[in-house]
Design a protein around this ligand. Structure first.
Ligand SMILES: Cc1cc2nc3c(=O)[nH]c(=O)nc-3n(C[C@H](O)[C@H](O)[C@H](O)COP(=O)(O)O)c2cc1C
Length: 259
């Protein structure tokens, strides 16, 4: 083991904060470190939108599936998939005139560019998470920022080729954080493939979910049993109102990215 691996293995999502301040210097160090994340073609197809205004944080706490801890985070950053900056640069360089001259059709940012920009933004986000952890700050991703696209677009003044792919709420851990148990992961045998993909059968799933069911205890998994835990997950997570809204919202955003 080394200290980096140890840090990654010890990380847990943080949703309640201690009272310590997070200095501007610490915030800037986290953001500067995120800039060193790998990025497709070194194009940096992302932006980091820090949410400082408490009123805006309150609004996001509601629009991101009613998660009040968002408003309490002393350092909240939305990681934006951002092709707008590059597209604006292309425009200042008159790529339209260039295409005319060259007899080529003008291509606008499309679905592949959207996904590439999302990759960039997420890799920067995780780099920030690890940097924060190394400075003693916890964090939690907020995937629900992908919901309510029209509302978030208006609220945050996002141009066409900018999509909020994730938010991360950082903060100092509260006293209980270190005592909270880490949630388990599936064993590697179910996740790691070599050379080609192999599907799992129902016995594999029983073994794969066994630690989850044990962790959920009588209040959770055991109530459902291994056989219908999947039905519970389907209803609570996959076919939930927020998942349906997320798909609708992303579909709406993607309309602008059609090439
Ligand atoms: C893409 C993504 C979106 C997430 N969205 C939320 C969220 O909206 N609210 C929340 O409380 N946790 C959210 N999480 C945190 C996960 O619930 C958490 O990582 C998972 O339960 C595993 O727990 P751990 O991070 O403590 O190991 C999200 C994590 C990821 C990677």
């Amino acid at each position: 083991m080394n200290s980096t691996i140890d840090l990654i293995n010890r990380r847990k999502s943080l949703r309640s904060y201690g009272s310590e301040q997070v200095s501007r210097q610490t915030k800037d160090l986290i953001l500067d470190t995120a800039l060193r994340a790998p990025t497709a073609g070194n194009m940096m197809l992302y932006s980091m939108l820090e949410i400082d205004d408490p009123v805006l944080k309150e609004k996001l706490a509601v629009s991101c599936d009613n998660q009040p801890f968002i408003a309490r985070s002393p350092f909240a950053v939305i990681f934006l998939a951002d092709y707008q900056r590059t597209w604006d640069y292309f425009k200042t360089c008159d790529v339209e005139g260039y295409c005319r001259e060259q007899g080529r059709s003008l291509r606008r940012p499309g679905e592949g560019d959207f996904l590439l920009a999302c990759n960039d933004a997420l890799i920067a986000a995780q780099t920030a998470v690890i940097a924060a952890e190394s400075l003693g700050l916890g964090s939690c991703y907020i995937g629900d920022i992908m919901e309510n696209y029209e509302y978030h677009r208006e609220l945050l003044k996002l141009p066409d080729y900018v999509f909020p792919v994730t938010m991360v709420c950082f903060g100092p851990p509260d006293g209980a954080h270190s005592r909270r148990r880490a949630v388990s992961r599936f064993e590697r045998e179910f996740i790691h493939h070599t050379d080609s993909y192999s599907s799992l059968d129902s016995d594999d799933f029983d073994r794969m979910y066994a630690p989850w069911l044990r962790e959920c205890g009588p209040e959770g998994g055991f109530r459902y049993g291994a056989a219908n835990f999947g039905q519970h997950m389907y209803a609570r997570k996959f076919d939930s109102e927020f998942s349906r809204e997320m798909s609708r919202s992303v579909r709406e955003a993607l309309k602008l990215w059609e090439s």
